[in-house]
Design a protein around this ligand. Structure first.
Ligand code: ATP
Length: 143
């Protein structure tokens, strides 16, 4: 049975992060969504539990949000690799139990692993793999 008391935080509300945040919320979980950009924050205001504007490379902002109490924190910051890595490092230092981080390439992924991210995802690569597999599987019409 799924534990619906699990609390999630998603940092970086681009296409990937907002898709994760809104999906988890629709599935019945509590979701805190965070982005530095006010526009992104506005877009999600109706579709997650809480949404806040914060720069997550600032340790004090993350502390003030009580980030260490969340069961899973997703770092979905994309283009700004420095912000992605710094945020992951701070989350790790603050003792977050399970960190999922999005990587842009293999080297970035390696760095995230060294910092201690628990799961590293490569959205474009993983989706490419999935589509390719689907194209050659017997149920081509399924995807
Ligand atoms: P996607 O492919 O998911 O659309 P992307 O890879 O193009 O996203 P970005 O748009 O660069 O990624 O980043 C995703 C979000 O992360 C943006 O909405 C951006 O405002 C946010 N972000 C960037 N830096 C920070 C930061 N320091 N703190 C919080 N949010 C940030």
């Amino acid at each position: 049975m799924k534990d619906k008391n699990k609390q999630f935080a998603v940092i970086g509300l681009g296409r990937f992060g907002s898709s994760i945040a809104t999906t988890l919320y629709k599935l019945g979980y509590e979701v805190l969504a965070i982005d530095a950009n006010e526009e992104q924050v506005q877009k999600l205001s109706e579709t997650v539990t809480h949404v806040v504007q914060a720069d997550t490379t600032d340790e004090n902002s993350l502390k003030a949000l009580g980030i260490r109490n969340f069961d899973v924190v997703v770092v979905a910051i994309g283009e700004d690799i420095q912000a992605n890595v710094l945020t992951t490092l701070i989350l790790k230092d603050l003792g977050v139990k399970y960190i999922v981080a999005k990587a842009r390439n293999e080297l970035h992924g390696k760095m995230l692993a060294k910092i201690g991210a628990d799961r590293i995802v490569y959205p474009e690569r993983d989706m490419g793999l999935r589509v390719a597999h689907n194209l050659v599987s017997t149920n081509v019409l399924e995807y």
